[in-house]
Design a protein around this ligand. Sequence first.
Ligand SMILES: [Zn+2]
Length: 247
Amino acid sequence: MNAKAPLAESSLRESGVREELVQACKVLYAVKAAGDGLGGHLSFRLDEKRILIKPRPVSWRRLDPEELIVIDFNGKRVDAAASERSAVREWPIHAQIYAARPDVQCVLHAHPNASTIMAALGIAVEPLDQDCAAFAGRLPVLDNGAVSIATPELGDEVARALGTRGALLLKNHGCVVAGADIAYVCVTAYRLEKVAETMLRAATLTKLPVMSPERIAAILQAREAAEPSGQGKMNHERWQMMRDYYL
Ligand SMILES: [Zn+2]
């Protein structure tokens, strides 16, 4: 057996991940899930020691695959010398979630406008439509005084608040989305920001909560019973459609 084969295979895999992560950055920016694009990062776990990540100073819209950098679980760049272009201040969000969640391969942290305002105003998601129903009662909010998550201890706090969920709001700060693949993270981040826009719009039209606790409980109970089992397949379909619309 060729000893070089596994190495060639892993570098082939990494180049595929780099391509898809670049597509994800562009789509997330286009759908406003990356906020104004001036902060935040998207990452992918390459293995148990290395994280591929978009550094903060690199544009979400015009980045190239080689502008993504590789860091270890201590936030140290390991693929080249660190530079101003490789700054990733809130790396502990990514490292500590990967450490706590073996099922997670992809993590987004961003400062999207509607999600951040929704959490700041203390608005809880009501199942006003199907996207809202997917998040209602499942969207934890961490109020940590709006500090940057720049230490492993703060990262651990984020990982604990996320628990086994796929999304978390950081009050007065932004959001975290984590999942098994890039498709899940992109679809979830897009839906989360859309849900927040829906709730903010509802808040301008009426007094919230608009639904009674009984009505919300009935819808959420129906959701549990009806939730399709093929969520992963649906996320891949949606991710393909998002690339078609926004790239
Ligand atoms: Zn942040």
